[in-house]
Design a protein around this ligand. Structure first.
Ligand SMILES: [Zn+2]
Length: 191
C-alpha cells in the first residue's frame, strides 16, 4: 500500500517515517469544570485529516496507529500506586468498530486495565459542529454500568468545549467513581 501522508510504499497506512515526523505526541493540558485535568497528545488541526477517517474504511487502522503512537506510550510510562481502570466515552459499536474503544484498548498496561461498554449515552445526539449552548440544552445522559475499580481514566478522541467529558464525569461521580483525569487524542482549543 501507499503511505496516506507521503505516498511512498509502506506496510502501514502511515509509513514509519511519517509516524515519527507527524505523530510524535506532545502533552497538552487543560482543566474542565470540576477542575479535572484533560491531557491531549495532538493539536486538532495537525491531525484533522486523520481524525476524519473515523467513519471510513481505513478509520480503524488510522485510529490504531494514532493510539499506538500516543495512548500506548503514555500507558507504558504511567505509574500509580495501584491498578486503575480506563473507560471510553461512546464505545458502543455502530459501524463495525468503535474509535474510542481502540484508544482505550491501547491503555492496557501494568497499571491500567481498560473496561468496555460501561458508559452509554442514552441520548445519541451529535455535538459535532454544535454550539456550547446546544450541547448544554441537549445532554447526552450517560448511563454507567457497574465495574469493579473506582479510580478511572476517562477517554475520548477529541475535546472541543469539554461538555461531553463534563457530562460523562458527572454520571461517573454519581456512580461513586473517581475520575483521576481524562485523555484525548486532540484538543481543538490549541492553536
Ligand atoms: Zn509516509
Amino acid at each position: 500500500m501507499k503511505c496516506m501522508l507521503c505516498e511512498s510504499l509502506s506496510f502501514s497506512h502511515i509509513c514509519p517515517n511519517c509516524q515519527e515526523t507527524f505523530l510524535t505526541p506532545s502533552i497538552y493540558k487543560r482543566k474542565i469544570l470540576n477542575n479535572i485535568e484533560v491531557i491531549s497528545f495532538y493539536k486538532y488541526k495537525d491531525i484533522k485529516d486523520l481524525l476524519h477517517t473515523k467513519h471510513t474504511d481505513i478509520g480503524f487502522y488510522i485510529y490504531s496507529i494514532l493510539a499506538k503512537n500516543s495512548f500506548s506510550k503514555f500507558a507504558q510510562e504511567f505509574d500509580y500506586p495501584n491498578l486503575i481502570t480506563s473507560i471510553a466515552v461512546d464505545d458502543t459499536i455502530d459501524s463495525g468498530y468503535s474509535h474510542t474503544a481502540i484508544l482505550n484498548k491501547h491503555l492496557k498496561s501494568k497499571k491500567i486495565k481498560p473496561v468496555f461498554n460501561k458508559l452509554r449515552a442514552k441520548n445519541s445526539v451529535s455535538y459535532s459542529g454544535k454550539s456550547r449552548e446546544f450541547r448544554l440544552l441537549n445532554p447526552r445522559e450517560f448511563e454507567v454500568s457497574n465495574y469493579k475499580m473506582n479510580n478511572t481514566i476517562l477517554v475520548d478522541d477529541i475535546i472541543t468545549t469539554g461538555s461531553t467529558l463534563t457530562q460523562a464525569i458527572g454520571s461517573l461521580q454519581k456512580s461513586n467513581k473517581k475520575v483521576l483525569f481524562c485523555l484525548t487524542l486532540a484538543d481543538v482549543s490549541i492553536n
